[in-house]
Design a protein around this ligand. Structure first.
Ligand code: NAP
Length: 253
């Protein structure tokens, strides 16, 4: 196995939740990590934790759905940390509603952040990976890709990311780049707290209802997803590409 020291990873949406846990995990694995989020200042907590643990880290503010901001952010990472060869497309939002109540803005916002964001980030970072003849892209999908009431926009985006993953795996494989997708089930984060709030359910009750459906009988935590990312970006996973790994405490939660 090659030591990842010196390799640079970008994790989008890394100010909190799954992205923050992934940034911390990759830093602990030896990567220099760019903690990218909408607002540079919100990334501070993640950054401070990594610095305290002795890691190399950079906070970067950018909207992943904006091509200009993405290009500038990737250029800044390359200049200040080094050429990025690991990309975790994690930034995400929800705008849940039943189809008949879903607005154009609900649809566009979710598709733009998840799908357009992953496209723009991957296109900007791949040139550094191709130059290095090595790279790892991990896209955050979801069990919602299989269908979830009230999430026509989100499930379409998350299913789209699976097709995007498989196509990039085919196109980029010859350059030593693998592209995989992780589809989390129920993970305790601000995103799922917001869902509980939206449906008017007490958080403890909301968690208990979900755990009752999960074969391993517990809710997921961000570190569960970070662990799977750590595997996909490792050198040893170089023959694993174009896959979707459901990390859901069972075949589907
Ligand atoms: P989270 O706690 O809401 O964190 C998402 C992060 O993404 C936030 O820091 C957010 O910034 C950032 N973000 C949003 N829009 C962005 C943009 N345009 N550009 C850059 N950053 C942006 O969510 P999470 O639960 O950790 O989810 C992380 C990923 O896993 C998402 O892709 C989500 O769809 C997926 N996922 C989560 C679950 C789950 O159960 N939690 C399950 C399946 C899949 P702000 O705070 O400033 O908005």
């Amino acid at each position: 196995m090659t030591d990842p020291t010196g390799r640079v990873a970008i994790v989008t949406g890394a100010a909190r939740g799954i992205g923050a846990a992934t940034a911390r995990r990759l830093a602990a694995d030896g990567f220099a990590v760019a903690v990218l989020d909408l607002d540079e200042s919100t990334a501070k907590e993640t950054v401070n934790g990594i610095v305290a643990a002795g890691g190399r880290v950079l906070a970067v503010g950018a909207d992943v759905s904006d091509a200009g901001q993405v290009e500038a952010a990737v250029a800044r990472v390359a200049a200040e940390l080094g050429a990025p060869t690991v990309l975790v497309n994690n930034a995400g939002v929800t705008r849940d509603n039943l189809l008949f109540k879903m607005t154009d803005a609900d649809w566009d916002t979710v598709l733009n952040v998840h799908l357009r964001g992953a496209f723009l980030m991957s296109r900007a970072v791949q040139r550094h990976m191709v130059a290095a003849s090595w790279g790892r892209i991990v896209n955050l999908s979801s069990t919602s890709a299989l269908g979830n009431r009230g999430q026509a926009n989100y499930s379409a985006a998350k299913a789209g990311l699976q097709g995007f993953t498989k196509t990039l795996a085919i196109e980029l494989g010859r350059f030593g780049i693998t592209v995989n997708s992780i589809a989390p089930g129920f993970i305790q984060t601000d995103m799922t707290r917001a869902t509980a709030q939206r449906v008017g359910q007490d958080w403890e009750r909301f968690v208990a209802d979900r755990v009752a459906q999960i074969p391993v009988a517990r809710a997921g935590v961000p570190a569960d997803i970070a662990h799977a990312v750590s595997f996909f970006v490792s050198d040893g996973a170089g023959f694993v590409s174009g896959q979707v790994l459901y990390v859901a405490g069972g075949p589907r939660a």
